[in-house]
Design a protein around this ligand. Structure first.
Ligand SMILES: Cc1cc2nc3c(=O)[nH]c(=O)nc-3n(C[C@H](O)[C@H](O)[C@H](O)COP(=O)(O)O)c2cc1C
Length: 206
């Protein structure tokens, strides 16, 4: 008699405990923003913006544009950018400290400047902590970066506490009839979207 009357009382307790055990880590992950993705990008001429906006829609991520407060337009803007980049200088950016607390994954979007991430994105990395963040680097570039250059960029993120989970590059120029020509924004977007299934796999990994 006693044995039978215990059963109905124990079952809800066991179910409640199991529910707690299985859902507590998920709730904690949600609070840490483990499942959410933020895209932080800089773009001077629009290629990286086009790619990052496509990523944002495909991944349903949040997105913040990092603006460089220095005027980099025109030929003089190019020259000062190239020299500043060569020298490894930083630049004034806005926002300086985007709020990353709600996100587990940060996608850093940048053009490649003199074999490095743009000055704005290097400054962003330097001024912020990426502790506990999974970082995916996305670049647009005229020519594929050498592995040693990519590794330097990864190390910038690692120094600030982030784990680099992926590094993607989309070409902004291609050779046609022996000539280097700009690729269209549509082509950049198509190439970017081809990377999405792999990025989704990265995002779903622990
Ligand atoms: C100052 C400067 C330096 C650049 N240096 C490189 C380079 O070293 N290698 C390369 O492949 N492309 C280089 N580029 C080309 C850009 O990486 C490429 O055009 C990129 O898609 C631009 O992105 P955005 O339109 O988002 O600014 C450079 C562009 C600028 C403005």
């Amino acid at each position: 008699m006693k044995k039978n009357s215990m059963k109905p009382a124990v079952l809800p307790l066991v179910l409640a405990a199991a529910f707690f055990v299985f859902t507590a880590p998920l709730c904690a992950a949600a609070e840490n923003g483990a499942g959410k993705t933020l895209i932080l990008y800089y773009s001077l001429t629009g290629n990286t913006r086009a790619g990052c906006e496509a990523l944002q829609k495909a991944l349903q991520a949040d997105i913040i544009e990092i603006r460089d407060r220095t005027n980099r337009s025109g030929r003089w803007g190019f020259v000062r950018s190239a020299f500043g980049s060569l020298l490894g200088l930083h630049t004034a950016i806005e926002p300086e400290h985007p709020d990353m607390t709600a996100y587990g994954t940060i996608i850093l979007g940048s053009p490649v400047w003199t074999g490095k991430l743009s000055m704005a994105v290097r400054t962003l990395i330097d001024k912020n902590s990426f502790d506990g963040k999974r970082v995916i680097v996305y670049t647009t570039t005229n020519a594929y970066e050498q592995e040693k250059h990519k590794e330097k960029s990864r190390n910038l993120v690692r120094k600030k506490g982030g784990t680099v989970a992926g590094y993607y590059q989309v070409l902004a120029r291609e050779e046609k009839n022996g000539e280097k020509v700009a690729r269209s924004r549509e082509q950049i977007v198509v190439d970017t979207l081809e990377m999405v299934p792999e990025i989704r796999t990265l995002l779903s990994a622990e």
